[in-house]
Design a protein. Structure first.
Ligand SMILES: C[S@@+](CC[C@H](N)C(=O)[O-])C[C@H]1O[C@@H](n2cnc3c(N)ncnc32)[C@H](O)[C@@H]1O
Ligand SMILES: O=[N+]([O-])c1ccc2c(c1)CN[C@@H](CO)C2
Length: 266
């Protein structure tokens, strides 16, 4: 059983570059087949946004880390994207990409893949520019606080996205469910929540950091969504193939959940 103190100490040693190398370069960032994990994640998001049902002024991404892949389909449907993370080093890494600084992580293979699967023939540089234009706020966040941003989001977000955050920062399932309840407060009634996360994972590495993760089953995700008052629309899962079990974590699978906060007065 990990503790919040162990988690906070672990995150003080979190190395964004190592994290990016472990998860967003080959072999995990292999775009050659939809069988691989990154195309699967991007497909879940592209398919969900393709209907056009999920749109509005603001989408907030909870626990963005140093990554932007999770925002590539979302950015076509919201005027503003708000990225958030607990660590300044991750917020700074995101800022480097937004500004196009030399040395920022190269997300172009991800942008090219998303443009391909969205099938509109959009030049990838157009999508890159659109996300950079719309990613206007990069805020500190702590999902263990009832008010994760320190103050309510005004107006509340029209949609919430979170990838591999809640289970990677919670010592146990109860804390995971509480964190989901906390972040759900950032979402307006009727707003959509999209979650990607790890199944059956107990740790992951990010350079000198070894972070504990609460191992989740799909039933735990369902229960936490229900506990947060979010009505499940879709739940998909992916089994990590042996070739992608590289030792940087002990993840067994990935889930994708689409849920919706009931409209006002329900
Ligand atoms: C596994 S990373 C996920 C990064 C990214 N969203 C992705 O899809 O790869 C987990 C992130 O949660 C952040 N984090 C750690 N403690 C947190 C907290 N208490 N509240 C919110 N985020 C936290 C970390 O800084 C890290 O960026
Ligand atoms: O396979 N992936 O694409 C992938 C991406 C990110 C992460 C994982 C797997 C597993 N570990 C989590 C941290 O708990 C982070």
């Amino acid at each position: 059983m990990s503790s919040l103190a162990e988690l906070r100490e672990g995150y003080e040693r979190f190395d964004p570059c190592a994290y990016l190398r472990n998860n967003y370069l080959p072999p995990r960032a292999d775009f050659s087949s939809e069988e691989f994990v990154v195309p699967w994640k991007l497909r879940c998001l592209a398919d969900t946004f393709a209907s056009g049902e999920i749109r509005g002024q603001t989408l907030i991404d909870v626990g963005s880390g140093p990554t932007i892949y999770q925002l590539l389909s979302a950015c076509d449907h919201f005027e503003e994207i708000v990225a958030t993370d607990y660590l300044a080093v991750n917020r700074e890494e995101l800022g480097r990409w937004v500004r196009g600084d030399p040395g920022a992580f190269d997300w172009s293979p991800f942008i090219q893949h998303v443009c391909k699967i969205e099938g509109r023939g959009e030049p990838w540089q157009d999508k890159e520019r659109r996300l950079r234009d719309r990613l206007r706020r990069i805020l500190p966040i702590d999902v263990h606080r009832p008010d994760p941003l320190g103050a309510p989001l005004d107006p509340p977000a029209d949609a919430l996205l979170s990838a591999f955050c809640l289970e990677a920062v919670s010592p146990d399932r109860a804390a995971f469910a509480r964190a989901l309840l906390h972040v759900g407060s950032l979402l307006r009634p009727g707003g959509h929540a999209l979650l990607l996360g790890a199944l059956g994972e107990s740790f992951y590495l990010a350079g000198p950091a070894r972070l504990p993760v609460v191992p989740l089953a799909l039933a735990d995700v369902r229960a936490a969504l229900a506990g947060a008052g979010l009505a499940l629309r879709e739940l998909r899962s992916y089994e990590m193939p042996p070739a992608l079990r590289t030792g940087v974590d002990d993840v067994h699978g990935v889930f994708f959940a689409h849920a919706q906060k009931p409209p006002q007065g329900h």
